[in-house]
Design a protein around this ligand. Structure first.
Ligand SMILES: *Cc1c(COP(=O)(O)O)cnc(C)c1O
Length: 420
């Protein structure tokens, strides 16, 4: 479908400052190569539902059990979203109301835990998320999080250590899931460990739920009590969250989203989630997610061929993490990220396992291929992107060379724009 990203004239008439700033970002989105692993480009259909008149309706509660009148239509919309999500993820139950991945996690914690309870999740500096126990996040302030991590040599999750730590700390909840880990998770082993210490097992699939939807990776719902996710990352839907669960946890999940963690549902976002689930049920979407994986492998191989060090030895998903110290010792993730953004390639600095630098500086860059794949890039282009990044970092003091590389980036980006 045609997707120009262009605004209607109403916004310019009401507020030309915001309208022109949105256009500035449209220009940025159309002129850069986008490698932020958690970003994507939603379809025009998704954005139309998200920007629709449904933003006007209040609907605290759930379909058929609302605290407001006039919910007949939004009931049908939310039910469609729920039914499609259950089909897509082969889940007994879906709650499509979470405003974000973080609120989805909050509701699950409220459901399964009391303040002070012990939870085990992936340590933040090894690939976990803020909501897995960061001291500045509600999770770390309310619950007692214990972090597991990677083996220093293989940079893979050390399941023996996870087991040992679980036996020592007896968590009430075990979480599998990450924001920057490039390998698959051994759900069966996590489940076994959770069972052996009497813990609930949750998978935070925020980053890779799109790959699950496209059947490019295993479905964690086969093993977990609860799966939380976002809808705006690899899944390519509107900003928001979702919680999937077995029947056993259905009531508890719902009650802890509303009234537990949130007020009224965002009906425009729920409609957009329904559209995104419909798109994700297609065979085209399955092809798309397989291409995401092929593109990530091509990007990773390209770095390895350039002599750069890829963390964990490569990728099995959509994420590629590069050790900037392999370009040279002095190069930080922060400096690499800033330079690459100036050159037209957007990604983010990221701690590497056992990083000696602070989280604000880091020694790594994280990349993902969902967005470039949406723009139509294939292995050939991702190989080229890996070459360009390597060349830029290696030649960062050579202004003439950088100017040359910048026009190569701009030329490639112009052939794969998200909005044309
Ligand atoms: C992105 C992410 C979240 C949170 O999503 P938001 O919508 O930004 O709140 C939670 N968990 C993991 C693992 C994530 O990657």
């Amino acid at each position: 479908m045609e997707n120009t990203g262009a605004l209607n004239t109403e916004l310019f008439e009401t507020d030309d400052e915001i309208a022109s700033l949105i256009n500035d970002d449209l220009e940025r989105q159309n002129s850069h190569i986008h490698l932020i692993a958690s970003e994507n480009f939603a379809s025009k259909a998704v954005m139309q539902a998200s920007g629709s008149i449904l933003t006007n309706k209040y609907s605290e509660g759930f379909p058929g059990k609302r605290y407001y009148e006039g919910c007949e239509t939004v009931d049908e919309i939310e039910q469609l979203a729920i039914d499609r999500a259950c089909k897509l993820f082969e889940a007994d139950h879906a709650n499509v109301q979470p405003h974000s991945g973080s609120s989805a996690n909050m509701a699950v914690y409220l459901n399964l835990l009391e303040a002070g309870d012990t939870v085990m999740g992936m340590a933040l500096d090894q690939g976990g998320h803020l909501t897995h126990g960061s001291p500045v996040n509600f999770s770390g302030r309310i619950y007692n999080f214990v972090g597991y991590g990677l083996d220093q040599d293989t940079e893979l999750i050390d399941m023996d250590k996870v087991k040992q730590l679980a036996e020592e700390t007896k968590p009430k909840l075990l979480i599998a899931g990450y924001s920057s880990y490039s390998q698959n998770l051994d759900y069966a082993a996590f489940r076994e460990i959770a069972d052996s210490v009497g813990a609930y097992f949750m998978v935070d699939a925020a980053h890779f739920i799109g790959l699950v939807a496209g059947k490019a990776v295993e479905n964690p719902m086969k093993y977990a009590d609860v799966v939380t996710a976002t809808t705006h990352k690899a899944l390519r839907g509107p900003r928001g969250g979702i919680i999937l669960s077995t029947e056993e946890f259905a009531k508890g999940v719902d009650k802890n989203i509303f009234p537990g963690a949130q007020g009224g549902a965002l009906n425009n976002q729920i409609a957009a989630k329904a559209v995104c689930f419909k798109e994700a049920l297609s065979t085209e979407f399955q092809d798309y997610t397989k291409q995401i994986l092929k593109n990530a492998s091509a990007l990773s191989d390209s770095f390895i061929n350039e002599g750069l060090r890829v963390v964990s030895g490569g990728t099995a998903n959509h994420i590629v993490l590069v050790d900037t110290g392999s370009v040279d010792e002095e190069l930080t993730g922060k400096d690499a990220g800033t330079l690459l953004n100036d050159m037209g390639i957007t990604l983010n600095r990221n701690a590497i396992p056992f990083d000696k630098r602070s989280p604000f500086v880091t020694s790594g860059i994280r990349m993902g291929t969902p967005a470039t794949t949406t723009c139509g890039m294939k292995e050939e282009e991702l190989t080229k992107v890996g070459n360009l990044i390597s060349e830029i970092l290696k030649n960062r003091s050579d202004e003439n060379k950088l100017n040359e590389l910048k026009s190569e980036v701009s030329n490639l980006a112009s052939q794969f724009q998200p909005y044309v």
